[in-house]
Design a protein around this ligand. Structure first.
Ligand code: ADP
Length: 410
């Protein structure tokens, strides 16, 4: 009887939020109990419309892979819901246990300064912003619409990659071009990875235990960006109108002289779509090294003596260093530098090279602490370092689930 009572009590206080990140041919998801912050299940559907593969994880250790035809996003979401409720893979009895759905949306323009409960007006605005995120927003909206169809009684919330950066002051988000193009064509820096920059900076502020804080977050993954966070607010970030600006990334060039564009279009006979493809998909670490966009392979090639791989790694680290120093200047100091995402969390080499030579600014990395592989948030600076250096695993899904819960609770 007592056991039964406990199970019932546990069920009653559970609040399950389904978090969805729908891309053009992929779909990431998590089922989170927001009360206990427990991750019930998570996964990734890839190659939608091509063939189809689903990698599903129950809790944090049971991993399953399914290969089967997944022609559309609708089939993908149906499949995930079936797996969550099916006998052998069951984590919930029925989809009715899902109380809300939180969606990641890439572009919220100037409309959204935080997450929003989905209604017709919200969908209309996200659609209006498609020209600013032609690859992402359509897939994100599709995810919302399918969920509304499949689970009509469950409320949907959208969380935007751009929202956290809406606090940037005008001098940091305007481009130095005629002002009318900002007012007429929405031309400005928006910034991305906002949910990650928000989560990581909040964790850092907790660790600093300081009211007035100056934090720099380095989100280093396939796509990468740096963000200056003053007193918890984004004041500048390296990505711009699109995710192409800023750091040297897996396949993106990052900052480049705009004059390169017409020059190359003429020399190579490229149209505007092809030049964007060149800068977004063929450049960066892949373009310089010629080896891969996966940094692990490029580091391996560099260790084997490959010169271009070594140069690519140095370019990547130097560009981060350039932003770190400029943001420290902009904030008149820096209390903490945080590393997050695939590269930031896993590569001690990159963290060390980024911090190398910055002792004059009070940034001193502890090489032993840096090379230890530990889970969770950790501090990797020396005792004497004026600036803290943190490795903080990002958790965008938890922010989306929390925002979803908080908005609906109201
Ligand atoms: P995404 O931007 O797609 O979410 P991730 O944050 O997962 O990407 O980061 C992927 C990148 O992290 C890849 O370039 C991969 O090479 C890199 N990475 C993962 N582990 C390591 C490691 N131990 N050393 C260097 N790079 C790593």
């Amino acid at each position: 009887l007592i056991i039964n009572f406990n199970i019932n009590l546990r069920k009653r206080i559970e609040m399950l939020i389904f978090v969805l990140n729908a891309g053009s041919s992929s779909l990431k998801y998590q089922l989170i109990d927001i009360k206990s912050k427990e991750l019930k299940a998570s996964g990734l559907v890839e190659r939608i419309g091509i063939d189809g593969i689903l990698k599903h994880e129950i809790g944090e250790n049971k991993k399953l892979t399914f290969e089967l035809p997944i022609p559309t996003h609708k089939e993908a979401i149906e499949l995930v819901l079936r797996i969550l409720t099916n006998n052998e893979t069951k984590v919930i009895n029925s989809i009715d246990e899902i109380k809300a759905i939180g969606h990641r949306v890439v572009h919220g323009g100037e409309y959204f300064k935080g997450s929003a409960i989905v209604d017709d007006e919200v969908i209309r605005k996200i659609e209006e912003l498609i020209p600013l995120a032609p690859l992402h927003n359509p897939a994100n909206i599709l995810g919302v619409k399918i969920c509304k169809d499949l689970m009509p009684k469950v409320p949907n919330v959208v969380t935007f990659d751009t929202a956290f950066h809406q606090t940037m002051p005008m001098e940091n988000f305007l481009y130095a071009v005629p002002y009318a193009d900002y007012t007429e064509h929405h031309l400005r820096k928006y910034g991305f990875h906002g949910t990650s920059h928000y989560y990581v900076s909040q964790e850092a502020i907790k660790l600093l235990n300081k009211k007035d804080s100056k934090v720099i977050v380095c989100h280093l993954g396939n796509g990468s960006s740096v963000c200056a966070v003053k007193d918890g607010k984004s004041i500048s970030t390296s990505m711009g109108l699109t995710p192409l600006e800023g750091l040297v990334m897996g396949t993106r060039s990052g900052d480049i002289d705009a004059g390169v564009i017409p020059y190359l279009m003429e020399k190579k006979g490229l149209n505007h779509i092809q030049i964007l493809d060149y800068l977004n998909k063929k450049s960066g670490i892949l373009g310089v090294s010629g080896v891969s966009s996966d940094l692990r392979e490029v580091i391996k090639a560099a260790n084997d003596g490959d010169k271009r791989s070594k140069i690519a790694i140095t370019m990547l680290c130097d560009r981060i260093k350039k932003y770190l120093c400029s943001y420290a200047g902009l904030m008149h100091g820096v209390d903490a530098i945080c590393f997050t995402a695939g590269i930031g969390e896993n590569s001690d080499l990159i963290r060390e090279k980024v911090c190398e030579g910055l002792e004059f600014m009070g940034i001193e990395i502890d090489k032993d602490k840096n090379s230890k592989r530990e889970k969770g948030n950790r501090e990797i600076n020396t005792k004497n370092s004026k600036t803290k250096i943190f490795v903080i695993p990002t958790n965008e899904e938890l922010v989306i689930a929390t925002d979803t819960y908080n908005l609906l609770k109201k």
